[in-house]
Design a protein around this ligand. Structure first.
Ligand code: ADP
Ligand code: MG
Length: 348
């Protein structure tokens, strides 16, 4: 029992502390992909390419055509609590960017070998910086297209405790794949392409239409079973605006995994929002059957707290019931409006 061993309180060595802190942000390859994709989106990219080797454990590379980073700022990008997105604490109240913690790149660099290659818009040439086992190496000039390429190698190779918990290569690939589908649904105007061990596994056109991403993610047959969801025009700032698509009751899945929410274009998980969607299917779906839904919520950011969890996938609403009610109503109306619904389902 622990009681027998009395250890003195000690300050952790910086690299040990960094690895422990990184655990909150970087759980598996998909969490690295998530942070890097968010950075590319924040950088205004219209094209994002993702390469995975061996489920991301060997290599994760994200290439974007966003605004890039100037050479002089490359070392800062890898520092903890260094960000270009937030300056004062009140900024968090009306945050529009996906990132704000300034922690992702530092955390990733604590548990993997990272190379950051970038060329800022209009810059003559690119530059690159690498970090290996937490050691940051000097910036060197390097040829680069406009935008940023971030390469992560040997993820967790120095963190055996974490490596042990990872699943097979295929499981990690499918986590990354699911995540990228979610971001593609949230950002139909961005062209995504995803490769696993050199083979393309997912791609979107980037034509701006959610319906065309639905086809890429779920296939034409399912996409044809989706009906548009929309709330009435916003009357007051407190009223969330709902948009998206949801499946006819004849089209369903056996898990809730395909009910996606984007709040101000941030992918979030929420039991409350899921319950609102499923509530709208009350009496339309048998138990054990779940809809496919993509629900966008636009809301005044002052009614949100996005800083709840390091991975930023949980948020808090100031007026939770209003959001619940708005989603329930919008989805319910979408289902009732659609003409092909069989009579027995439309009753009640
Ligand atoms: P955060 O996203 O919270 O600011 P990160 O550690 O993810 O923190 O990134 C640190 C900084 O590096 C960002 O604020 C941004 O200025 C810069 N950066 C990271 N990735 C990119 C990218 N793909 N394109 C342009 N700038 C980037
Ligand atoms: Mg970030």
């Amino acid at each position: 029992q622990g009681g027998d061993i009395v250890m003195p309180i000690r300050q952790l060595a910086p690299d040990v502390a960094a690895k422990i802190a990184a655990g909150e942000v970087v759980e598996r390859p998909a969490s690295v992909v998530k942070e890097l994709i968010e950075n590319s989106i924040d950088a205004g990219a219209s094209q994002i390419r993702v390469d995975l080797m061996h489920g991301g454990l060997q290599l994760i590379r994200i290439t974007d055509n966003g605004c890039g980073i100037v050479a002089a700022e490359l070392p800062l990008a890898l520092e903890r609590h260094a960000t270009s997105k937030v300056e004062r604490i009140d900024d968090l109240e009306h945050i529009r960017s996906l990132g704000f913690r300034g922690e992702a790149l530092a955390s990733i660099a604590a548990v993997a070998d990272v190379t950051l290659l970038s060329r800022g818009r209009g810059a003559e040439q690119g530059a690159q910086i690498s970090a290996s086992s937490g050691q940051i190496l000097p910036v060197t000039p390097a040829a680069s297209p406009e935008g940023t390429t971030l390469t992560v190698r040997n993820l967790f190779s120095a963190v055996p405790a974490r490596l042990k918990f990872l699943k097979s290569r295929n499981t990690e690939v499918s986590h990354c794949h699911h995540l990228l589908e979610q971001y593609a649904l949230a950002y139909p105007e961005i062209r995504f392409s995803v490769f696993s061990d050199g083979r393309q596994i997912f791609a979107t056109k980037g034509d701006g239409a959610l319906s065309s991403v639905l086809v890429e993610v779920y296939g034409l047959q399912v996409a044809e079973q989706m009906v548009p969801v929309h709330s009435p025009e916003q009357e007051d700032a407190e009223r969330p605006v709902i948009s998206g698509y949801t499946s006819r009751p004849t089209c369903y899945k056996s898990t809730r995994q395909h009910i996606s929410f984007f709040v101000n274009r941030r992918w979030v998980m929420s039991r409350m929002l899921t319950a609102a969607v499923e509530g709208a299917y009350h009496s339309l779906l048998l138990t054990g059957r779940h809809p496919i839904s993509v629900i966008n919520v636009q809301i005044d950011p002052t009614f949100l707290d996005v800083n709840v969890h390091p991975a930023k996938t949980e948020i808090r609403f100031l007026k939770e019931r209003r959001v619940f009610a708005a989603i329930l109503r919008a989805v319910r109306e979408a289902l009732l409006e659609q003409p092909q619904m069989p009579q027995w389902q439309a009753r009640k």
